[in-house]
Design a protein around this ligand. Structure first.
Ligand SMILES: C[S@@+](CC[C@H](N)C(=O)[O-])C[C@H]1O[C@@H](n2cnc3c(N)ncnc32)[C@H](O)[C@@H]1O
Length: 186
């Protein structure tokens, strides 16, 4: 088992509801999460819940040289690992909770985000936190912005459809557990 997988498992057992899955996402799910992002026309990306950074590293590879990536992670161990290993002046690691997106956009003098990409385990969050995060994500996006979220069930479908104008859902069986990807437009 890779070091990342071992670390992920350890963090899962210490905080199941925060981590939400026992292993990092697969490369198939990574591809699905990123396939609707037009990296040439994206200046600000916000990632919520990077874990060991499977999406983060791929986003950094694909994003342009003048794009900024804000990455929110509450878990101490995941945050420290990412912050100590990824050194890129386009990327800010934020050791804080996802509902504070707007505070950090202001802190870094950024207006709105083009993309919010989230791996947060919404289904196991208290409803108040879930709503705060989704509403703050929506407010943080520009008019053409997209909120991209994966989940292991369709439980969040109604909530996302209520909040966003358009919600497209795709699915990959090539992940453990198999996952739905929601791509939401304002
Ligand atoms: C299911 S894991 C996904 C990790 C990784 N993106 C992947 O797909 O393998 C969810 C991640 O969200 C983080 N997380 C949970 N609650 C959070 C919050 N309120 N704000 C920011 N990150 C949070 C967890 O620590 C964990 O790293």
């Amino acid at each position: 088992m890779s070091t990342d997988k071992k670390e992920f498992r350890k963090q899962f057992w210490s905080a199941k509801k925060m981590v939400g899955s026992i292993t990092p996402s697969s490369r198939y799910l990574t591809k699905k999460m990123l396939e609707n992002i037009d990296f040439n026309n994206t200046k600000v990306i916000v990632e919520l819940g990077p874990g060991t950074g499977v999406f983060t590293t791929e986003i950094i590879t694909k994003m342009s040289k003048d794009t900024i990536l804000l990455v929110f992670e509450v878990n101490d161990c995941f945050y420290n690992n990412l912050n100590n290993t990824i050194k890129d002046e386009r990327v800010y690691f934020i050791h804080d909770s996802a509902e504070k997106i707007e505070d950090y956009l202001s802190k870094y003098n950024l207006d709105k985000a083009d993309i919010v990409i989230s791996s947060l385990p919404l289904a196991v969050f208290p409803s108040e936190l879930r709503e705060k995060i989704l509403k703050s994500s929506k407010r943080s996006l520009n008019n053409h912005g997209k909120y991209i979220q994966f989940q292991y069930s369709l439980q969040s479908k109604a909530l996302l459809k209520n909040l966003f104008n358009q919600v497209k859902i795709s699915f990959t069986p090539f992940n453990f557990p198999p996952a739905f990807v929601y791509t939401c437009s304002k």
